[in-house]
Design a protein around this ligand. Structure first.
Ligand code: G3P
Ligand code: CA
Length: 332
C-alpha cells in the first residue's frame, strides 16, 4: 500500500471516470458512463451545461458543433451565433439557446476522432444525456452491482449562465434534492474552477465540493484568487473554508520529470482531499500513434503514471480509461 498522510483516512483512492470511459466510447454518453461502471469506476463525471428551459445536459462545452451532429440539421442552421464567454469569443451552436426537446433530436459525435479513432464507429448512435438520466444510471448500477456508484459533476461557465438567467447553483441543488442526493454523505462531488460558484453552492447544500486548479496559474480575469495563490499552504486553508478537496492538474502533484510536489501533504494538512486529472493514454502518443489510434505501450505507461500519483498519496483521480485506473487502484 502507498504511504498516506496519517491525518487522512486510509481509504482506497476513488476512481472517477472522466466524461465516462471516454477513451473507448464518445464522451458524455450513457454508453460511456455505463462502460466506465462496468470497468470499475466509483464515480462518473458529467461536465454540465444548460438548456434554454433550465435543464442540465452533459457536454464538455456549451458550444456543441464538435460534440454533436447539429451542423447537419438544416432546421438549426440559422441559429448559429457568436458569443463572448468568460473572455473568449466562440462561434457555433450553444445548448442554452435550445430546449431539451430540441437537443434530444441531436446525436453525439466523437470530438477527437484522430486520437480516439475507435470511438468514431459510435457516431450517431447516442443522444445527449440529461443529468436526471445520469443519476438514474448511477442508481440502477449501484443496485445491480452492490457497489456505490456516484456522480462527480462539473459546472461549466456558471457565472455566464447566471448572467443570462440560468443560475446553475440553485437549479443543480434542486435536482440533487429531488434525487435524494443533497447531503454530505450522498455519493456526489460537485467540482468547479469558479470560486464564487462553489461558495454559492456551499450556502445551498452540504454536498461535497471540489475546487479545480489548472497548471497555468490563472485565471486571467482576476475575478478570483489565482490558482497559483490557491496552491500555497495559506491558499489551501482558504479553499478548505468552502471545499472538501481540490482537483489539480496532475502535473501539480507529480511533475513531468517525476518529482513529487508538496501539494498532497499541504492539502492534507489543510484538511483537503486531492483528486488530480486527467490520466489518458493520449499524453503518450507519438505522432504516428495519433494516426493509428490506441497504443498499448501508451496504456502501460498510463498505469505507471496513475500508480505514481497513488504512491504520492492522492485520494482519487480522473481517467479516460477506467479499466486501467481500476488495475492501479486495486493494487493499492
Ligand atoms: O474536471 C476535471 C477536468 O475534467 C477539468 O477539465 O476540460 O476535462 O473538463 P475538462
Ligand atoms: Ca471536467
Amino acid at each position: 500500500a502507498a504511504a498516506k498522510d496519517p491525518a487522512m483516512p486510509a481509504a482506497k483512492p476513488i476512481l472517477i471516470a472522466h466524461r465516462g470511459a471516454s477513451g473507448e466510447r464518445p464522451e458524455h454518453t450513457l454508453a460511456a458512463y455505463q462502460l466506465a461502471i462496468e470497468h470499475g469506476a466509483d464515480f462518473i463525471e458529467p461536465d454540465l451545461v444548460m438548456t434554454r428551459d433550465g435543464r442540465f445536459v452533459a457536454r464538455h462545452e456549451n458550444e456543441i458543433s464538435e460534440t454533436t451532429d447539429i451542423a447537419a440539421h438544416p432546421e438549426f442552421r440559422d441559429r448559429k451565433t457568436t458569443k463572448t464567454i468568460d473572455g473568449r469569443k466562440v462561434s457555433g451552436w450553444f445548448t442554452e439557446d435550445f430546449t431539451l426537446a430540441e437537443l434530444k433530436t441531436l446525436r453525439a459525435r466523437e470530438r477527437l476522432p484522430l486520437l480516439r479513432s475507435g470511438n468514431k464507429a459510435y457516431d450517431g448512435q447516442f443522444d445527449i444525456p440529461t443529468l436526471g438520466e445520469i443519476i438514474a444510471l448511477a442508481k440502477a448500477a449501484s443496485e445491480r452491482t452492490g457497489r456505490t456508484i456516484g456522480i462527480y459533476p462539473e459546472t461549466k461557465h456558471p457565472s455566464y449562465l447566471a448572467s443570462i438567467g440560468l443560475p446553475m447553483e440553485a437549479l443543480l441543488v434542486a435536482e440533487l434534492k429531488a434525487a435524494g442526493w443533497d447531503s454530505a454523505d450522498a455519493p456526489v462531488f460537485i467540482q468547479s474552477f469558479e470560486v464564487d460558484n462553489l461558495k454559492a453552492l456551499q450556502r445551498l447544500t452540504n454536498v461535497r465540493l471540489i475546487q479545480l486548479l489548472d497548471a497555468q496559474g490563472g485565471p486571467a480575469d482576476g475575478a478570483q484568487p489565482s490558482y497559483a495563490a490557491m496552491l500555497t499552504p495559506d491558499g489551501l486553508k482558504a479553499v478548505a473554508a468552502y471545499a472538501t478537496g481540490i482537483g489539480p492538474h496532475k502535473s501539480l502533484v507529480v511533475t513531468n520529470d517525476g518529482t513529487v510536489t508538496p501539494l498532497v501533504a499541504d492539502a492534507h494538512a489543510a484538511g483537503l482531499q486531492v483528486h488530480p486529472w486527467t490520466f489518458r493514454a493520449e499524453n503518450f502518443f507519438l505522432p504516428a500513434g495519433l494516426r493509428k489510434g490506441i497504443n498499448p505501450a501508451g496504456h502501460g505507461r498510463l498505469a505507471d503514471e496513475i500508480s505514481r500519483h497513488i504512491a504520492a498519496g492522492v485520494d482519487g483521480f480522473f481517467t479516460d480509461f477506467p479499466y486501467i485506473g481500476a488495475q492501479a487502484r486495486d493494487q493499492y
